[in-house]
Design a protein around this ligand. Structure first.
Ligand code: BES
Ligand code: MN
Ligand code: ZN
Length: 482
């Protein structure tokens, strides 16, 4: 998608649609007034009215984009309206989308972001799609009074969009293509952005004593990896870093505690946490964020096999704590246990935020528009929730009650890896808390938000959402950059 900013008076190419942002209470004249009167269009937020361009107007079609109350219009409104314009015009056969809005350069930049995110498509494995089924829009022109200022405001947003697209690609890839080795290779390739990437293989992890993470990958013929991504963007490279840790289960069959066949294909996106951390690091490097940040990805495949780990096994984690395996399908916490411990042990970060498609229970608790936030630190938690509100990525704080610890007590080891059905997301988080060594930490259970079908926002096509990249990028920008 080619996106540019143009002056409001710029001439329009052939095969173009004009999308105009309008508000509740706006008045219309002539044929446009007739078209509006003959519809339910009121200018309310999210409404669109798509008509052949009335006599005297440039372009082939006109799309009115309802943006609600004029006074309440903001960057999110511009972004969503422009995304809806794209979603409408992509099916018309027209090739250029002109989005008309008046206002600040920032509003124009966010409109461009809306088109960028809405036009994301994962179509590399389609070989036979008919031309008239493909999105027709190849070019977007966003009007801006000061096009240079709009472009300058768009630069960091384009870096954010690149990060989100990177995450969406990783999450969308099938598990026969994106297994731990391939995931690690794609992350290693991010070095061209100025990131430093280390890939640890099984021999290195054996030396480190990562018996918990390694057990999960033991039934797979694919080697497990730990990716360590470093961005030293702060003025002082020795400033204490912030850290992000992702669950990267490239496919989760459940292992010996195998999952039912129905819907198992969804478990290709069980690496969504690692995908979000990789996308965040991409965005931070892309916009040269003034912060030192570490991303750690635990990359494994959970398979049933003659060599697979079993229910009943006792594992020794890098921390020295032992774990009795009750269910091999509660594997994400085993991966994170070693990844979190390694992270705090090596980098002594200011805080750690982990992202993981950890439990089905979080979907039952919160539905698909909120991820769960579990934290041992009120300040970190407040910063995450503020960023969530600013970026429209739903997040809800959940409790970490000490009284539930007894659900993960084991008869023979330091803990069990499952706490039963009651409060399943909470006992999973309590398990993780035992591996953060008192460091300020938050766990985002994104099983509810990493993948949506159907999508609930115009900026996210069905499927991989890239959830978390935006929220964390915003938190870093607002609270942790020097
Ligand atoms: N990857 C799953 C969680 C999941 C479920 C993510 C549905 C997305 C959609 C995780 O590894 C898992 O299997 N969790 C179990 C835990 C249980 C065995 C304690 C679950 O949620 O059922
Ligand atoms: Mn599982
Ligand atoms: Zn899993």
């Amino acid at each position: 998608m080619d996106i540019k900013f143009v002056a409001p008076t710029a001439g329009l190419p052939a095969k173009a649609a004009v999308a105009r942002i309008v508000f509740e209470g706006d008045a219309y004249e002539g044929p446009l007034a007739r078209a509006v009167a003959a519809s339910r269009f009121t200018g309310a937020k999210g409404q669109t009215l798509d008509i052949p361009a009335p006599e005297g107007l440039a372009g082939e079609r006109l799309v009115l984009l309802g943006a609600g109350k004029r006074d309440a219009f903001n960057t999110l409104g511009a972004e969503h309206a422009a995304a809806s314009a794209y979603n409408t015009v992509k099916a018309t056969g027209l090739e250029t989308l002109r989005v008309e809005l008046s206002g600040s350069a920032e509003l124009s930049a966010y409109a461009a972001l809306g088109v960028r995110l809405a036009s994301y498509r994962f179509d590399k494995y389609r070989t036979k799609e008919a031309a008239d089924k493909k999105p027709s829009v190849v070019r977007a022109e966003i009007t801006a009074v000061d096009t240079d200022a709009a472009l300058a405001a768009f630069v960091p947003l384009a870096a954010l969009a690149d990060g989100i697209s990177f995450t969406r690609d990783l999450v969308s890839e099938p598990p026969n293509i994106l297994f731990p080795v391939e995931f690690a290779a794609r992350v290693k390739a991010l070095e061209t952005l100025g990131l430093e990437v280390e890939i640890l293989g099984e021999p290195e992890m054996i030396k480190l004593g990562m018996g918990s993470l390694l057990a999960v990958g033991q039934g797979s013929i694919r080697e497990s990896h730990l990716a360590v991504i470093k961005w030293y963007g702060a003025a002082n490279k020795s400033d204490q870093p912030i850290a992000f840790v992702g669950k990267g289960v490239c496919f989760d069959t459940g292992g010996i505690s195998i999952k039912p066949a129905d819907g198992m294909e969804d478990m290709k996106w069980d690496m969504g946490g690692a995908g979000a951390v990789a996308g965040l690091m991409h965005a931070l490097a892309g916009r040269k964020a003034k912060v030192n940040a570490i991303g750690i990805l635990g990359l494994v495949e959970n398979m049933p096999d003659g060599n697979a780990y079993r229910p009943g096994d006792v594992l020794t984690s890098m921390s020295g704590q032992t774990i009795e395996v009750i269910n091999t399908d509660a594997e994400g916490r085993l991966v994170l246990a070693d990844a979190l411990w390694y992270c705090q042990d090596r980098f002594k970060p200011k805080f750690m935020v982990d992202l993981a498609t950890l439990t089905g229970a979080i979907i039952i608790a919160l539905g698909n528009d909120y991820a769960g936030c579990f934290s041992n630190n009120d300040e970190l938690s407040a910063n995450l929730l503020a960023a969530s509100a600013a970026e429209n990525e739903g997040l809800w704080r959940m409790p970490l009650p000490a009284a539930y610890e007894k659900q993960i007590e084991s008869m023979i080891a330091d803990m069990k890896n499952t706490g039963g059905r009651p409060g399943g997301s909470i006992t999973a988080a309590l398990f993780l808390q035992r591996y953060v060594n008192g460091v300020p930490w938050a766990h985002l259970d994104i099983a509810s938000t990493a993948w949506k079908k159907p999508s609930s926002v115009p900026t996210s096509p069905d499927g991989a959402t890239g959830y978390g990249v935006r929220l964390l990028n915003r938190m870093v920008q607002d609270k942790y950059e020097s």
